[in-house]
Write a protein that binds this ligand. Structure first.
Ligand code: GDP
Ligand code: MG
Length: 450
């Protein structure tokens, strides 16, 4: 995993430029931003800072403090006012922060000036987002898309990139790259961008072929999508045991994001968390983001989690659907069924009715989760029936091999075998019958349903 994380940057070889484009693991951050007093992308400045904190957490970086300055627009040289920059520096020294993350895109000059004054790494929102994508890019195509976005972000910033660090690290007189060096870097980056685009065209062709022979896990997969902060991780924790992390080879690159949980007695699903949608996502980053959603394409069911307590939640829903439809799926892709999950109903203040095909829950309070599990089970295991079976002793092995112990309830031991009640799919029932199992008259006559 670690090798993977860093591979993207090594393609630029000896140059030191790409390296700063990444936020590395074991760091702690101070967040900084300005509050222009207006709502952007449907978020107030405070909410936007909270989203940034959640993004930092997703990247594995805990937040030590958050500094917000009330001002209409950024200061051209240093983004924040002089006094505020000093305040951030003191806080960073006191709390031992390694990095300061700004809630906007910084100009190259701002980044350089801030790095000089703050004496530590400065990262902006776009870099942080790119870093998360890089961590989560599980397929070749996703890695190429993310690297392309990283280089495009880097290109206009080559001048002065990393100069401040070189200087602080290298002592007096150490200077940034000269013009010739810069031209060379720019040439290399451009050449790499060109090569990436060519390879991406090829992978698109390959995908059509590969999709057809993909190995599937025998346990159905449910992908959780939705905005950052809509409650995906909270729900995942509710539906799955803490120690249910799946170490399936199919998911080697996704490791901790896949968990296993029950949806009906004896019926499990694999729940896959995804990188959350981000409000105000820079347009250039959309393809890289969409590429990280590979698990969504492969899912048997998509749970679309919406924060129902937000006033414009239906707008959130629409944006997510548009990106899924326009960027994640291609014309030839099979679309998994989608279930709309309205979360945070405990915090809803309006009285508007919810759409009837949605499931309303509170992941935090655990409200209505059985309903949700039922709906998931109905989609993943549509042909499940509760039946009474007469199982000859010779077929008991088959019964346990074809089903799971949780789905079997032994009713009676008879001379000829066992009478059991079991939840089985049509196909399993057919297989059991082939193995000598018979449907018991009582169960069949009553035509039991789950
Ligand atoms: P994610 O970014 O989609 O994974 O969202 P999280 O699971 O991290 O949740 C974001 C925030 O929303 C956290 O502060 C949660 O405690 C909160 N949250 C999650 N579910 C609920 C809910 O049902 N009700 C309320 N009131 N808050 C919730
Ligand atoms: Mg999460």
């Amino acid at each position: 995993m670690n090798d993977d994380r860093h591979r993207n940057q090594e393609v630029l070889g000896e140059d030191r430029l790409g390296r700063r484009a990444r936020v590395f693991g074991t760091e702690q951050a101070i967040l900084a931003g300005i509050d222009p007093g207006t709502v952007r992308g449907g978020l107030s400045a405070e909410d936007s800072m909270r989203e940034l904190e959640s993004l930092a957490e997703t990247a594995g970086i805990p937040t030590l403090a958050s500094v917000l300055q009330r001002r209409e627009r950024p200061v051209p040289r240093t983004f924040l006012g002089k006094g505020k920059v000093e305040e951030v520096r003191r806080a960073a020294d006191e709390l031992g922060a390694d990095v300061v993350i700004f809630n906007d895109e910084l100009s190259p000059a701002q980044a350089r000036n801030l790095e000089e004054t703050l004496k530590r790494k400065v990262v902006d929102r776009t870099q942080l987002i790119l870093d998360i994508f890089a961590q989560r890019a599980a397929t070749k195509e996703a890695r190429l898309q993310v690297e392309l976005a990283q280089l495009r972000y880097l290109l206009p910033r080559l001048r002065g990139w990393g100069m401040a660090l070189t200087r602080t690290g290298g002592g007096i007189g150490t200077r940034g790259p000269g013009e010739t060096q810069l031209d060379l870097d720019r040439f290399k980056v451009n050449r790499r961008i060109h090569a990436l685009k060519e390879r991406l065209e090829k992978t698109a062709d390959e995908r059509a072929v590969r999709g057809k022979k993909r190995i599937r896990s025998p346990i159905p997969q449910v992908a959780l999508v939705g905005y950052t902060n809509s409650g995906k991780s909270t729900l995942l924790n509710r539906l799955c045991d803490a120690d249910s992390v799946v170490e399936d080879k199919l998911f080697a690159t996704l490791d901790t994001m896949v968990r296993r949980g029950p949806v009906a007695s004896g019926r499990d699903a694999l729940f896959v968390d995804t990188v959350g949608f981000i409000r105000d996502l820079p347009h250039d980053l959309v393809p890289a983001f969409a590429a990280t959603l590979e698990a969504v394409r492969d899912a048997n069911l998509i749970l679309h989690i919406v924060d129902r307590s937000r006033r414009r939640w239906d707008e959130d829903e629409r944006v997510v659907l548009e990106i899924l439809e326009g960027e994640v799926f291609r014309a030839e892709d099979r679309r998994p069924p989608t279930l709309l999950v309205l979360n945070k109903v405990d915090a809803v203040r309006d009285e508007n009715a919810d759409p009837t095909d949605a499931v309303s829950i509170s992941a935090k309070e655990g409200t209505n989760l059985d309903d949700l599990r039922d709906r998931i089970a109905q989609t993943l295991y549509p042909s499940d029936r509760l039946v009474t079976l007469l199982v000859p002793f010779a077929a008991v092995g088959t019964l346990y091999a074809r089903t799971t112990p949780e789905r079997i309830e032994v009713l009676e031991h008879r001379e000829s075998g066992m009478l059991v009640r079991a939840r089985v799919s049509e196909q399993e029932l057919a297989e059991l019958k082939a193995g000598g199992v018979t449907l018991s008259a009582s169960g069949a006559a009553q035509g039991e349903r789950p």
